[in-house]
Design a protein around this ligand. Structure first.
Ligand SMILES: [Zn+2]
Length: 385
């Protein structure tokens, strides 16, 4: 079995079967709009459908193993062209230079997507599908397929086509393409805001709704393919609106706030006094979920381990984190070691579902004891500071 690459679509079995059957029978509309919630996998489905059109297998399509499928899975099939919003090119003059610059940007973005199968769409600054790209689409549509028998143009986040309004010539070229594509050409648009498409575009495409995945399927993906612990996976899936893309974004956002929390905790631990303030301010109430509090403690431990490394003359593994916690000027090694031990115990308590407030209060007590050079015991019995 070939490396599945971008052909690895998770879920959407029913709609895939419908699309593939239509493709094999030659009944797929030539101008198609896949719409559905953001991050649900529309562009991936568009690629998958495009591959069903170019696949050379006599059996099921896309077969995933023929040359066409393998090229397509790597985003290298010459007859499957994927367009999406890009940043507005700077310092270009003339239509030709604009086209070339846009193609360079698109090639670079595709290279990034090849390297990262879980790309999140909507990169910063990717603002539009510009006139130059529409000219390229038209040129590709007029060429004969390189490998035959079909060629496909995918236009992801097609609502970004609206800037064409400023160029009647490009708008007309696109409308003509959508209305009467060359016989060997299929256009697949995707959008999570189909209402934002120009009515002239919407009226020329056949709409297909891509339904959200059931929460259990999103959780299954997170657990099996993204290595997220089951309980965590279910929790995030429940907030994902049936979208794997959104679930991955949520996880990424949590990762950031988790690191911020860990940096704050490490600073407070090193300081001793502000740790009491931290506990008093109930900063960690938001970490009530056992999983994220425990992960904050683990992240805190690795930040602190770096402080220890530097105090003993070893290099830091995370120099950015070291600077953020002000750990490059700590020299009380004995106290640092005690803090590390205390964090290990705190982590065990968190795993046993002890209240985070109590764990922080205990850490706070130890932090101050340690600051005075006295040995800390952990866990302490007092519940509050
Ligand atoms: Zn194939």
């Amino acid at each position: 079995m070939a490396e599945p690459g971008y052909l690895a679509v998770f879920g959407h079995e029913e709609i895939r079967e419908r699309l593939a059957r239509a493709a094999v029978l030659g009944r797929l509309p030539q101008s198609l709009l896949l719409h559905g919630t953001r991050g649900v996998g529309k562009q991936r489905l568009a690629l998958w459908t495009a591959t069903a059109l170019v696949c050379r297998s006599d059996g099921e399509r896309p077969c995933g193993t023929c040359r066409a499928c393998r090229l397509s899975a790597r985003l290298e099939h010459p007859d499957v062209n994927w367009f999406f919003p890009l940043p507005r090119p700077k310092r270009v003059s003339g239509a030709q230079q604009l086209r070339e610059k846009l193609e360079d940007l698109r090639a670079a973005a595709l290279a990034e997507r090849r390297a990262n199968l879980r790309y999140l769409d909507g990169e910063e600054g990717a603002t539009g599908i510009y006139v130059g790209a529409v000219h390229t689409m038209r040129r590709l549509a007029q060429k004969a397929p390189a490998m035959g028998p079909a060629k496909v143009l995918i236009i992801g986040r097609a609502e970004a086509l609206t800037p064409q309004l400023g160029s009647p010539e490009a708008a007309n070229a696109l409308l003509k393409l959508l209305e009467e594509p060359p016989a060997d050409t299929t256009l697949i648009l995707t959008s999570d805001v189909p209402g934002a498409l120009l009515p002239t575009i919407r009226s020329r495409v056949q709409s297909v709704r891509i339904a959200p995945l059931p929460d259990e399927r999103v959780a299954e993906f997170l657990a099996e393919q993204a290595g997220v612990p089951r309980r965590e996976a279910s929790r995030v899936a429940g907030r994902s609106a049936g979208s794997i893309g959104r679930a991955l974004e949520l996880l990424e956002g949590e990762q950031e706030s988790l690191r911020e929390g860990a940096i704050e905790l490490t600073r407070a631990l090193l300081d001793g006094r502000s740790l009491a303030q931290l506990a008093a301010a109930h900063r960690f109430r938001s970490f009530g979920a056992r999983g994220s509090f425990a992960r904050t403690l683990s992240e805190t431990r690795s930040l602190l381990r770096d402080v220890v490394a530097v105090a003993t003359g070893a290099p830091a593994s995370d120099p950015e984190g070291l600077t953020a916690v002000g750990g490059d000027r700590v020299d009380d090694l004995a106290r640092l070691i005690r803090l590390l031990d205390a964090l290990d115990e705190a982590r065990e308590l968190a795993d046993r579902n002890v209240n985070p407030q109590l764990i922080i209060a205990n850490l706070s007590r130890l932090g101050r004891l340690g600051a005075r050079g006295a040995p800390g015991t952990f866990p302490a019995t007092e519940a509050t500071e």
